[in-house]
Design a protein around this ligand. Structure first.
Ligand code: PAF
Length: 286
């Protein structure tokens, strides 16, 4: 496995592989890898000839007061995990090369970024789509892989890839969870032992929502209230949002029908965690 920290060297390597007729799979990350990232790599290995992973803590997707400075970093450990999962090249650019003085081009997906995390973290998705567009330009992947845990991000990136005619196929793979259901995330390492225990309430509350819908509940407000009640039982929790939206425009729904995204962001202590499920309602029971 190669580690490449130079943008033009990365682009040249890609050119060489493409000339040899090889397909490129791409897993963009901010590092501090966990099983969620590795599951993306394992799938990329099955579909494509060369798997490239980027590790870049993208400063422009963090707002003021967010955790950019303390975001966990451990390149040595990441190299071991990426190598054992079968990554061929780690792309590890510096912020000053990605955003040199005078940098002034940004990618913004409108509408889809207004609700959910876009509402709580203004400018976040502009930072995400900008860096992903730049990475696509450098790595020129055939297929890029993202996790369902960041459901809104995945939907926005799909739209960007399509709208900008990138030719990159976007694959979204299921959330990988700990045994108690907590979605794997690099930010879980911020949690104290008791917060870690409390954090399992996020997925449990989503499972409860699913149960209510399966039993016939179609009133989004009632389902949201049930989730809220469960989460509030944990004293370390502070709800950022709990929303039920359609999966096309990410707009809040009053009545649950068709396919909906049930998404939430909750602070457990000082750590903001997100999770979601997609629920398909085939026939109205009530
Ligand atoms: O999901 C992430 O880790 C980041 O938002 C991404 C897609 C690597 C862009 O920085």
């Amino acid at each position: 496995m190669k580690v490449v920290d130079n943008i033009s060297r990365m682009a040249t390597l890609v050119k060489i592989h493409k000339k040899e007729g090889k397909s490129v799979g791409f897993v963009p990350t901010m590092g501090y890898l966990h099983e969620g990232h590795l599951s993306l790599v394992k799938t990329a290995k099955k579909h494509t000839d060369v798997v490239i992973m980027s590790i870049f803590v993208n400063p422009i997707q963090f707002g003021p007061g967010e955790d950019l400075a303390k975001y966990p970093r451990d390149l040595k450990h990441d190299e071991e995990l990426a190598g054992s999962a079968g990554v061929d090249i780690i792309f590890y650019p510096s912020a000053k090369d990605m955003y040199p003085p005078g940098y002034c081009t940004y990618v913004n997906v409108e509408g889809l970024t207004d609700n959910l995390c876009g509402r709580s973290r203004p400018g976040h998705f502009r930072g995400v789509t900008t860096v992903v567009a730049k990475l696509f330009g450098i790595v020129k992947p055939d297929i890029a892989y993202f996790g369902q845990k960041d459901a809104q991000q995945a939907i926005i990136i799909k739209k960007m890839a399509e709208d900008l005619n990138t030719g990159v196929e976007i694959k979204v793979l299921p959330t990988v969870r700990e045994v108690d259901g907590l979605a794997m995330s690099s930010r879980n390492m911020y949690l104290s032992a008791s917060e870690r225990e409390d954090a399992s309430i996020l997925y449990q509350s989503l499972e409860q929502a699913e149960y209510l819908i399966d039993k016939g509940e179609r009133d989004a407000k009632k389902v949201i209230k049930a989730i809220e009640t469960m989460i509030k039982e944990k004293t370390s929790s502070k709800i950022d949002y709990i929303s039920i939206v359609d999966t096309k425009e990410l707009k809040d729904v009053d009545t649950i029908s068709g396919e909906v995204l049930i998404a939430l962001a909750v602070f457990i202590g000082k750590t903001r965690l997100i999770d979601n499920i997609i629920k398909k309602v085939t026939a109205d029971v009530k």
